[in-house]
Design a protein around this ligand. Structure first.
Ligand SMILES: [Cu+2]
Length: 248
């Protein structure tokens, strides 16, 4: 099994759509910039003056309809993308993400241990505990990782316990503010096994840069093992590299 392990890569159908839309809009943008630039240059150097021209109905129609048509071309995929982000019928797994000063808590609300919800906290691994050459990223590794099955529809409910935070994983194309008194929902599917990283994207205090996000996407079978190991372990602390069979 080959596992992707990067800070930035595209690993979700949504982020791929973002990229297509970005490229498409850039093509239009380059066309407009070149066209308008060309006209400005030609106006500056043009010596032809038409003193009799007071109105031009056809010309005005053209220069209204064509830009309007271009705007519709941009608006339609943009709106459909917005719907795509929000739309998540029947997610397979729901996890509650709680932002704290300064760590993330995760609650698997569908799973319970001894009458308490299956939850854990993720703190940054400090620099002095990182071993040189171990392949771990500085400022991005956490002591526990959020483990999720890949090829599964995931819904995250993001909220906070103190101040504003923002749960962000660029590779999945998700960024959700953890807002006081509110629950934000994000949905994604990871098509491959991967370890992805993110960081809080809302200035939330002096340790804002010290609450990274590390997500493991693992096969459902391994995820079930991971979950049952957690249930049976005494310390209820799972090391970051617990998943067997991983090739980095
Ligand atoms: Cu934060």
């Amino acid at each position: 099994m080959i596992t992707i392990r990067f800070y930035r890569c595209l690993l979700s159908p949504i982020i791929e759509e973002f990229l297509y839309f970005h490229d498409f809009t850039n093509i239009i943008l380059i066309f407009i910039l070149r066209f308008v630039g060309l006209i400005i240059v030609s106006i500056v150097f043009n010596k032809i003056v038409n003193k009799g021209l007071l109105e031009g109905q056809i010309l005005e129609c053209i220069w209204t309809i064509i830009p309007a048509f271009i705007l519709v071309q941009i608006a339609l995929p943009s709106i459909s993308l917005l719907y795509l982000i929000e739309d998540a019928p029947h997610p397979d797994l729901t996890v509650k993400v709680i932002g704290n000063q300064w760590f993330w808590s995760y609650e698997y609300s569908d799973f319970w241990i001894n009458n308490s919800v299956f939850s854990f906290d993720c703190y940054i691994i400090p620099e002095d505990r990182l071993i040189l050459g171990s392949g771990r990223f500085r400022q991005l590794e956490t002591d526990n990782r959020l483990a999720l099955p890949f090829y599964t529809k995931i819904r995250l409910l993001v909220t906070r316990s103190d101040v504003l935070h923002s749960w962000t994983v660029p590779s999945l194309g998700v960024k959700a503010d953890a807002v006081p008194g509110r629950i934000n929902q994000i949905n994604f599917v990871a098509p491959l096994p991967a370890t992805l990283y993110g960081q809080c994207s809302e200035i939330c205090g002096s340790q804002h840069s010290r609450i990274p996000i590390a997500v493991d996407f693992i096969p459902l079978k391994e995820w079930n093992i991971w979950r049952s190991e957690w249930f049976t372990s005494d310390t209820q602390e799972i090391k970051a590299d617990v998943v067997p069979g991983r090739i980095y």
